[in-house]
Design a binder for this molecule. Structure first.
Ligand SMILES: *[C@@H]1O[C@H](CO)[C@@H](O)[C@H](O)[C@H]1NC(C)=O
Ligand SMILES: *[C@@H]1O[C@H](CO)[C@@H](O)[C@H](O)[C@H]1NC(C)=O
Ligand SMILES: *[C@@H]1O[C@H](CO)[C@@H](O)[C@H](O)[C@H]1NC(C)=O
Ligand SMILES: *[C@@H]1O[C@H](CO)[C@@H](O)[C@H](O)[C@H]1NC(C)=O
Ligand SMILES: *[C@@H]1O[C@H](CO)[C@@H](O)[C@H](O)[C@H]1NC(C)=O
Length: 449
């Protein structure tokens, strides 16, 4: 019996690793350090290389041994096992995370951010735009270096670009009154429910949305919207002109958003909001936002680039809520859309829409995985996210301030529910209340800052 060592040195990002192959009794062991399996996905390439080298050496070793009777079944099996386990990570390759192509995309994204910051700097030169410009130049140099050297860390660069992008978005001019009215305060408490009521249509409609017209100084208008057809689509919205009428299901008007719930202008999912007597929602089966102005009965639409739909990135904490890929929210002067993209790895992306033109003016990318959240709402340009605590309790645990690009992970603002499932939660800037569609129940809460 003898010991045969295959010493394979592989240069990884930070450390060199040795992969010894060892003959024991009648077999040869090729062990890859088990800590390899906890590797951040970034090291996929190195592990693949290790296995390939190990395989090559095994073949060589086998050739050398071919004149003897020794067999190498265990080593072969181990390699096959490792190769099989690596397959699971192969999508990292195929989804383009680890090849040279994204370098070009990164470069393009960097140019776009640079252009946007250049414009902001021309309009309103300040310390932040100045710093951003010099950081962008640094990032450009680093990217050039990544082109030249064979080795790079795409993930780190992508993260850096995401942060630079968020800061650039914040530098872009947002109307002054929008910033000044809100003072960037963070919510401190949510009351017990001040309204608890079954929706007026049917207890079987467990998905939908409700609230109050979110435009400041607009006529008082309460609305409820239920999804039919597998809790997926809808085409009408019920509108009341006072809170009293709403509470007793009286004097309402059912407005038609589309001729049927399978029309191309019908509603998909429970992310709907009413702002300026206009319904904003995800258009039927597409990654587009529709607005239907009830006053003029006109529909507009705008495409949301790269947004996941059809349960690709639903709200999913504890149990997945179907058709919650795209969530619309409103605050003082804008409508916001919350969604996730593959490019941002399923993490939440927030876009600000101009409600009249229905075009996207700003886009921020967060680090918050959309599937780890039950619902979101916006207050004064701050995104809040909730998670499930129990059937009867929910908690706001996260905030992202679009005016600073900062994330707060330490919030704990609990509030009560009457049932487990949340289809929609929205904040109303007129009365400062949160509106919750909780299975078939409609709840409202006061908020404190
Ligand atoms: C496995 O690798 C890690 C880091 O690469 C090292 O800290 C650890 O000691 C190694 N374990 C063994 C058993 O070699
Ligand atoms: C590989 O080996 C591990 C443990 O030795 C085992 O749990 C796993 O099922 C094996 N995988 C394959 C694909 O054979
Ligand atoms: C930004 O401005 C600088 C000089 O002011 C210029 O060199 C650079 O090309 C501009 N970048 C973009 C992307 O417009
Ligand atoms: C809806 O139409 C009314 C009447 O033309 C107009 O005043 C309002 O601004 C429109 N709102 C939106 C969001 O399109
Ligand atoms: C929004 O649309 C209007 C009119 O179509 C256009 O003037 C404006 O530049 C657009 N804004 C953006 C950010 O695309």
């Amino acid at each position: 019996m003898f010991i045969y060592l295959l010493l394979l040195a592989v240069i990884a990002t930070v450390e060199a690793q040795r992969v010894p192959g060892q003959q024991k009794t009648d077999s040869c062991l090729c062990k890859i350090n088990s800590s390899t399996w906890t590797f951040p996905a970034v090291r996929f390439v190195e592990v693949t290389k290790q296995v390939q080298i190990c395989e090559e050496n095994l073949n060589e070793f086998e050739e050398k041994m071919s004149n003897t009777d020794a067999e190498l079944p265990l080593m072969r099996a181990t390699l096959q096992n490792i190769t099989a386990r690596l397959k699971a990570f192969n999508y990292l390759h195929t989804s383009g995370l680890y090849n040279a192509l994204p370098l070009r995309q990164l470069n393009q994204e960097l140019e776009e951010i640079h252009q946007s910051v250049n414009e902001s700097h021309l309009q309103n030169p300040n310390k932040e735009t100045h710093n951003l410009l010099s950081e962008l130049n640094k990032a450009k140099n680093d990217l050039q270096r990544m082109y030249k050297d064979d080795f790079f860390n795409l993930e780190t660069m992508k993260k850096r670009l995401r942060d630079l992008n968020n800061r650039a978005q914040t530098c872009k001019t947002i109307p002054n009154h929008f910033r000044s009215t809100c003072h960037q305060r963070i919510m401190t408490r949510i009351s017990s429910p001040s309204v608890t009521k079954l929706n007026s249509i049917s207890k079987s409609y467990i998905s939908g949305a409700w609230g109050r017209d979110a435009l400041l100084n607009n006529q008082e208008r309460y609305w409820e919207h239920c999804l039919v057809s597998g809790h997926k689509h809808g085409n009408t919205i019920r509108v009341y002109n006072s809170h009293e009428d709403f509470m007793v299901n009286r004097n309402y008007k059912d407005e038609q958003i589309a001729p049927s719930y399978s029309d191309k202008n019908a509603v998909q999912g429970s992310g709907t909001i009413l702002y300026d007597n206009t319904v904003f929602y995800q258009c039927y089966s597409t990654a587009e936002i529709c607005s239907f102005n009830i006053t003029t009965k006109t529909t507009k639409r705008v495409k949301l680039d790269d947004a996941g739909i059809d349960n690709k990135f639903p709200f999913c904490y504890y149990s997945c809520r179907d058709w919650t890929d795209i969530d619309l929210e409103a605050d003082q002067d804008a409508v916001w859309v919350i969604y996730a993209t593959q490019e941002n790895h399923g993490n939440i992306v927030v876009s600000r829409l101009d409600p009249l033109e229905l075009n996207i003016t700003h886009t921020w990318k967060t680090h918050l995985f959309k599937r780890s959240v039950t619902s979101t709402f916006m207050v004064c340009g701050v995104l809040y996210a909730t998670r499930y605590v129990s059937t009867y309790q929910e908690e706001v645990f996260y905030a992202f301030d679009t005016t600073t690009g900062k994330e707060i992970n330490t919030l704990s603002l609990p509030f009560e529910k009457v049932s487990a499932g949340i289809a929609n939660l929205n904040y109303n800037p007129v009365d400062g209340k949160l509106y919750l569609y909780n299975d078939a129940y409609l709840l409202a809460y006061d908020t404190f800052f």
